[in-house]
Design a protein around this ligand. Sequence first.
Ligand code: NDP
Length: 454
Amino acid sequence: MAVTDHVDLNQFLDGVKRRNPGQDEFVQAVQEVAEDIFEFIQDKEEYHEYQILRRIAEPDRVVSFRVCWEDDNNNIRVQRGWRVQNNNAIGPYKGGIRFHPSVTESVLKFLAFEQTFKNSLTGLPMGGGKGGSNFNPRGKSEHEVMRFCQSFMTELYRHVGDDVDVPAGDIGVGGREIGFMFGQYKRITNQFSGVLTGKGLEFGGSLVRTEATGYGAVYFMQNMLERVGNAIDGKTCLVSGSGSGNVALHAAEKLTQLGGKVVTLSDSGGFIHDPDGIDAAKLAWAKDLKEVRRGRISEYADEFTGATYHEGERPWDVPCDLALPCATQNELGGAAARKLVDQGCIAVSEGANMPTNIEGVHVFKDARTLFAPGKAANAGGVAVSGLEMSQNASRMSWKEDELQNLLVEIMRGIHDRCVEYGRTAGDDHVSYVRGANIAGFKKVADAMLAYGVV
Ligand code: NDP
């Protein structure tokens, strides 16, 4: 095969922008990865020859579909649904479903792209995908959510399957929504299979799945600190997010268990600051607020003396040692990153996907802050989803302590892979961003090389 001319990083990114007009989040995600991969593949001719990066940055397919449902006032509502199947070189497509008004094709393409690297990093055989809809579950009745989920699955079912594509939850999709979608899949196909993860324990779900993303992000933080002789114990921690799904509240729980003092939580309305610390009892209250009563985080400040609510703001101005952005993409920009560094923050672990924008990432890089990108730090969730797939395939349920230990081990393995690829000779500092990008890329790229041009 003829060796193609090498394009440089800027030419490559120009091409990505041209082919994906108006898809800023997707272009941003590709740029973040490409900056490191270009350096890595510089002297590796076969990756250029087979156009591996260009192929990874083009999803295998994007399915877009209409979702009609009827609200409680008998109005017919029309939403758009998507499933982005980015890459299945190392296993069936795998990645969550997001229901949020901010969902667009660009957001889902960025998430599916990131997911490909993240899943590779776990060491488990899973490809990358993501799906969702611009449906807003907030303020909808239980029956409206059920009808929407059923309608969504009535189209999605033909594109997924336990060896094809295995979706899970994400923003706006927790256990309740997974239950509605799994029920509809089973009803349409007459099959009881492991087509979704994050299922209830009564019908094939795995213990530890709900906690896994938040706990995993904290284990990653612990691994980074231990490597430099430090620990979570006694540290002041900022956490953003507080959804009814997964990440923020469980990250806060694990930080507290390890001796950290969590002083913030947030939602899309604003953040609460509790200088006394959000201890186990207060966290239990917050979990009930978000998961059962489905209330707003502002109510926390009415309940607990000393806590304040900051409407329309994000928590990054509060002085801290550690920060865990666990809400959504681009919630931590350059100015916020600068403030964190100036006020003494020593480490950041991203529970959410791409919560720090490119400018913010560069601030942390220049300050040599310990910085764990989401694709490494929040991989615990999909890792336990992978274990749910294994349990479903063997019709077994593993014990909680077994799964907790596996999660700790998997996060340690991801950390160590990042260290392996994220260090430069003569410097003990690790770029976890570069390490995660290269380690995640290499496995997928080598599988693609083995398949030839497909
Ligand atoms: P949830 O829906 O449970 O929580 C999301 C939280 O983020 C809510 O508090 C929500 O506030 C807030 N939020 C959403 N959009 C915005 C916004 N535009 N501005 C500010 N706050 C916002 O979702 P998860 O906890 O499941 O997911 C959180 C993040 O973690 C996402 O980036 C997701 O992709 C990532 N992630 C999740 C995994 C999982 O296992 N669930 C796995 C790996 C990554 P509000 O309630 O007001 O909307």
